[in-house]
Write a protein that binds this ligand. Structure first.
Ligand code: PHE
Ligand code: FE
Length: 257
């Protein structure tokens, strides 16, 4: 969550790091670039995205340009009680977890540059919106992310954020799911990626292991290349069930190693 130089404008952010989206400041070029990103990913998702994501994106009407967060938030509130909060970019752990624990998903306001079409290190509005927002229309996923936020605040008190962050990485960002059609992506880092979305499903190279909470917490991750290991859930119900127990004893074990 932290990095030396973040590129967003943090000067206007409130205490909780929220900002105005200021939708009118996006240029025609921004909307056109967003549309190109949306179109490329839309060709891939029928074959590679999980059904819950595919169902939700159809309800969002978000293909024509960078969406108005407030309009989408209204729909989300009706569906699952979640809303979007606009942020300048990555935010500190406590602010991030507090938003999730209150059913607010932080979405970065700025869009990548054209030369970052294929690859970007920091999350931008396309990653946050296209990758994360649709699944918040799924009731079980939505409840799980709420629990994750509360679990994050608890992990801060227990000095265990490092391990909980790995769970986020291998599920919310890079998670795979078994479906009747085969393995599909539900992780936002996959859904918004031009290259990794097909790779994570089709390539024989990476490991695809069944979801295993403690193993995930022991597995370091890489942020600047395709993943070497993915963890596969059977359903969001399974994810909810397997993350429901108290993590305190697990954190203790991990700290002893
Ligand atoms: N069960 C976790 C704990 O006790 C909280 C949690 C729930 C974390 C869901 C992640 C996802 O800390
Ligand atoms: Fe993300």
């Amino acid at each position: 969550m932290k990095s030396a130089a973040l590129r967003g404008d943090y000067t206007k952010a409130a205490h909780d790091y929220s900002v105005e989206q200021d939708w009118s400041s996006y240029t025609a070029a921004d909307h056109a670039l967003y549309r190109r990103l949306f179109e490329r990913q839309s060709k891939l998702v029928p074959k590679y995205a999980c059904p819950e994501w595919i169902d939700a994106i159809a309800r969002l009407d978000a293909a024509s340009g960078i969406p108005h967060f407030e309009k989408i938030s209204e729909k989300m509130r009706r569906a699952t009680g979640w809303g979007i909060v606009a942020v300048p970019g990555l935010i500190p752990d406590d602010a991030f977890f507090t938003h999730l624990a209150n059913r607010r998903f932080p979405v970065t306001v700025w869009l990548r540059k054209p030369e970052e079409f294929d690859y970007i290190v920091e999350p931008d509005v396309f990653h946050d919106f296209f990758g994360h927002v649709p699944l918040l229309f799924d009731p079980v996923y939505a409840d799980h992310l709420h629990e994750y936020g509360k679990g994050g605040l608890k992990a801060m008190r227990l000095n265990a954020v490092k391990w909980l962050a790995r769970l986020y990485w291998y599920t919310i960002e890079f998670g795979l799911m078994n479906t009747p059609q085969g393995v599909r992506a539900y992780g936002a880092g996959l859904l918004s990626s031009g290259g990794e979305l097909a790779y994570c499903v089709d390539s024989p190279k990476p490991k695809r292991l069944p979801f295993d909470l403690e193993r995930i917490m022991r597995t370091e991750y890489i942020i600047d290349r395709f993943q070497e290991t993915y963890f596969v859930i059977d359903s969001f119900d399974q994810l909810m069930r397997d993350t429901a127990p108290d993590f305190t004893p697990i954190y203790k074990r991990l700290a002893e190693k």
